[in-house]
Each structure stands twice: as C-alpha cells, then as structure tokens.
Ligand binder design. Structure first.
Ligand code: ZN
Ligand code: ZN
Length: 274
C-alpha cells in the first residue's frame, strides 16, 4: 500500500487506513486514545446493525437471535441511539427484539406445556419430569440457557475484534515509527485496561519488544500521575476523566451477558446441600 505522510505537530507520521483513527484520536487529546475510538466505533456499530441490508440479512439475524439479542449494554445503547434520534429508523431494532420475543415465547411455551402434562397420568411416562417439582427445577436451567444464548453479543464481538486490531496497530506504530513513539511517550494516553491490552499484544508483534514495552510503561506511569493530579482537589478537577483513565470508557470490555441473579442460584444450591 502506498503510504502517505502527514505533518503532525512538527513530526511526520505514516498515514494508512489503520493508523488514521489512532492519529486522529491522538490529536484530539481527549483522554485514552483507544477509548475515544472505541466509543466512535460503538456508535458506528449501532448504525451498522440498523442498516436495512444488515438487519434484513437472515444469517446476521440468526447470529443475533442465537445470542438472545444483544448484551445488556448494547440493548440499551441501541435503544437510546435509535429512539434518541441518533438513527432515524427503528425498524432493525424492532426486528431483533421480535426475534428474541419469539424464542423466549417458544421456551416458556414448552415449560407451560410440561406443567399441564405433568398432571395427566397417561402422558407422564413419556416425560423425564414426572412431578411438578421436577418441572419447576428444570425450567430454571432452560430459561437461563435461553436468556444467555449460545453466542457472544454480535456488537461486542465486532467491537472486541476491532479493538484488538487497533491495539496491534498502536503497538506497531510505537515500534516502527520513531516520531510517533516519541510524541506518544510525551503526550499519549491509555486508560489502564487499554494499557494492559497493549502490553499483552507486545509479545505477538514484530517490534523491538523491550523498547516498546518500556515506552508503554513509561507512558502509563505518566498517565497515572496525571490522573492522580486530577483527583488532587478532592476529585473536583475532572472526576469523569479520572474514572475513564482507571476503568476505561463506559462499557469497555463489559460484554455483560443477560443473566439471572447469580445469588438466587447460590441460594438454591445451598438449600440442596442441606
Ligand atoms: Zn481506554
Ligand atoms: Zn454487546
């Protein structure tokens, strides 16, 4: 690929489709570079799944249905984006929800049928669940399985893959582009979770690993110091920025599956042991 150069604050950096979002975020200077792109990517993912061609694609719809819809976060972000006016057409949202409702309905209907059949002595011998107690006990597991689905949320999956690709690019930029590495070392920022991802990526890249790791570590030590300074005045300076630098942007890496209350299950198991 032909590589163009762009002057950036006195330094020359390599411009490719992969480096552009990172350089842009770096120049915007709004906290963690990767978080800033993550948020932008999340909005673009909402536009993508709401695109008519995507939401009409049977294979894609099946993947979403297998995941029992989107994760907790993305059900809400999609809803807010669509109905907050971010995307003019809510048709895709309605179709994904409709698919989930159908699957949930089917599962509940099966349980409902078992409840009815357990009373009929003639049919009991066909079923593994011969008592109402057995039907109730197995329904919890069936419902839980349906709630969770069999795949990761499709938006999470895409975002995590894209984040990994960007992290690789960032590590390569620090490893191969001296000008960028120097600027990044002085003013670049990564939140703590993204710093961890970057360090984990270093051994897999063809870069001078020790130099790149040292550069990343020095950068993060500076970031943590800056974050500490943000909290110096009782947290009033910029508590939001401090939260983002420690935990990453809201929703980062939280592919929160829809799941039933884990303490309910623990209580049921506890009762079983007694
Ligand atoms: Zn981050
Ligand atoms: Zn998700």
């Amino acid at each position: 690929m032909k590589v163009k150069m762009r002057r950036s604050g006195g330094n020359m950096v390599k411009i490719t489709p992969a480096t552009i979002p990172i350089i842009d975020a770096f120049e915007r200077n709004e906290g963690c570079i990767m978080c800033s792109v993550w948020l932008k990517d999340e909005f673009q993912s909402m536009e993508l799944v709401e695109d008519n061609e995507v939401s009409m694609d049977q294979a894609f719809r099946r993947d979403v249905a297998d995941a029992s819809g989107f994760c907790n976060r993305h059900m809400h972000v999609l809803y807010r984006t669509v109905f907050g006016g971010g995307i003019p057409d809510g048709l895709g949202y309605a179709m994904y929800v409709q698919d989930s409702i159908e699957k949930f309905h089917e599962t509940i209907q099966t349980i409902y049928t078992s409840f009815n059949e357990v009373g009929k002595k003639s049919l009991n011998f066909l079923s593994k669940e011969r008592t109402p107690q057995a039907v109730i006990e197995s329904s919890g597991g069936k419902l839980e399985k349906m709630l969770q689905g069999t795949r990761i949320c499709e938006i999470c999956r895409r975002m995590l893959l894209a984040d990994a690709r960007r992290t690789r690019t960032l590590v390569d930029m620090v490893g191969h582009d001296e000008d960028f590495a120097e600027k990044f070392g002085k003013t670049g920022r990564l939140c703590y979770p993204h710093f961890v991802s970057a360090i984990q990526m270093v051994p897999t890249r063809r870069v001078k690993k020790k130099a790149v790791a040292a550069q990343l570590v020095a950068m993060e030590l500076r970031c943590l110091k800056e974050t500490g300074n943000l909290l110096a005045d009782g947290g009033r300076a910029s508590p939001e920025m401090a939260a983002m630098m420690i935990g990453g942007v809201e929703g980062l890496y939280c592919f929160t599956k829809k799941t039933s209350n884990p303490t309910v299950l623990a209580q049921a198991e506890g009762r079983g042991k007694r």
